[in-house]
Design a protein around this ligand. Structure first.
Ligand code: ADP
Length: 213
């Protein structure tokens, strides 16, 4: 499957993407994970992106398109991909459209995960992430077995720098201003599917049904 996952920060795009990879071997492509990896590795991309990310701001479109142009041409994308956290702006969506045209790739759909704001705020302030393998935990609903240590890889489980209350409200504001308009964009492209994202398993089921029909 070739999908775009849309939705506010904390809507569950990453969780849904991970579940979907198990369905048919499509790869999850998360620009947030790629950028955090680059920051940690101290690459030039990481140095350019770091300050934007810490502040909860978007990384400039040209940096993101550079990443995605290379990533979508890697051989593991042949089986399909789940775009998680990209595109985030109308210019990114337009650039993705021409990139896919150029590569001869057709999207199946853009899925909008709809989650109430209170749920989002609660999820983001209680979310913790493995600084090594990016596994996601939640202090209330899904803590690691040993506090602060990843069950999967033993890495340090931490609160992200951009998950302070201040950065979260900035990310939500930017989402409303820059990313929410993508819903209408993909509706116009005839690709939009809307899902009430109460549980990630339900979302996966709905997506599988739509793809099958
Ligand atoms: P979330 O979806 O939880 O907000 P991500 O992991 O997708 O978080 O992104 C974290 C940060 O990485 C964003 O706040 C932004 O600074 C940067 N980022 C990720 N993807 C993009 C993108 N497509 N365009 C611009 N910035 C991005």
């Amino acid at each position: 499957m070739k999908l775009i996952l849309l939705g506010a920060p904390g809507a569950g795009k990453g969780t849904v993407a991970k579940l979907l990879t198990a369905v048919d071997g499509s790869v999850q492509i998360s620009t947030g994970d790629i950028l955090r990896g680059a920051v940690q590795a101290g690459t030039e991309l990481g140095q350019q992106a770091d300050a934007f990310m810490k502040a909860g701001d978007l990384v400039p479109d040209d940096l993101i398109m550079g990443i995605m142009e290379a990533r979508l041409q890697e051989p593991d994308c042949d089986k399909g991909f789940l775009l998680d956290g990209f595109p985030r702006t109308i210019p990114q969506a337009e650039a993705l459209k021409s990139l896919l045209n150029r590569l001869g790739i057709e999207l199946d759909m853009a899925v909008n995960l709809d989650v109430p704001r209170e749920v989002i705020l609660d999820r983001l302030t209680t979310r913790r992430t493995c600084s090594n393998c990016q596994a996601i935990y939640n202090v209330k609903s899904n803590p690691p077995k040993q506090e602060g240590i990843c069950d999967k890889c033993g890495g340090a489980v931490v609160q992200r720098d951009d998950e302070t209350e201040e950065a979260i409200s900035k990310r939500l504001e930017i989402y409303n201003e820059k990313t929410a308009p993508l819903v209408s964009f993909y509706e116009g492209e005839g690709l939009l599917t809307h899902v009430i994202a109460t549980s990630s398993e339900e979302v996966v089921k709905t997506i599988e049904e739509k793809l099958g029909s």
